[in-house]
Design a protein around this ligand. Structure first.
Ligand SMILES: [Zn+2]
Length: 150
């Protein structure tokens, strides 16, 4: 399972709008976009059904991590919209801050313990923990919770 699939599956497993459902032959987790609340689904291996994407609530450009509370599922249109409009604004930008706090509150309200009966892969496999260049930019001004320290 790839990293994107792992994140999508973790998001769905811990988001109370997502429930097991059937979509034709496939068993899926069906729930709602963190932005527009449109119906979204991922299958039980974390494959997107349509164009589901992983939203980083605190954008990676601002040191946002892959901790599960910083992740949410969004349709690609919403994700790209926020991404191109906001992620590159300065941290102090009021619109950026407003969107982050709205999404954070929404994610928190939806948070639940991971749904039972799913095969959830580790979110940060050890071999990718030490990963490349971008880990250097990470963590500035944010907690580096969820990464195993050494
Ligand atoms: Zn959406």
């Amino acid at each position: 399972m790839g990293r994107r699939s792992a994140k999508l599956l973790w998001c769905a497993a811990t988001d109370s709008t997502f429930e097991r459902a059937r979509l034709g032959e496939r068993e899926v987790l069906a729930g709602k976009c963190i932005h527009c609340k449109r119906k979204l689904a991922v299958d039980l291996t974390g494959q997107p059904i349509a164009n589901e994407t992983v939203e980083h609530i605190v954008p990676r450009t601002h040191g946002g991590t892959d901790a599960v509370e910083n992740l949410a599922i969004a349709c690609s249109r919403c994700n790209q919209g926020k991404g191109s409009r906001l992620d590159h604004r300065p941290w102090s930008d009021p619109t950026l801050q407003a969107v982050i706090s709205t999404l954070r509150a929404r994610r928190r309200a939806r948070m639940r313990p991971p749904l039972a009966g799913l095969e959830l892969p580790p979110l940060s496999p050890p071999d990718q923990d030490t990963a490349p260049a971008d880990s250097a930019q990470r963590g500035r001004g944010t907690k580096s919770r969820g990464r195993r320290g050494r």
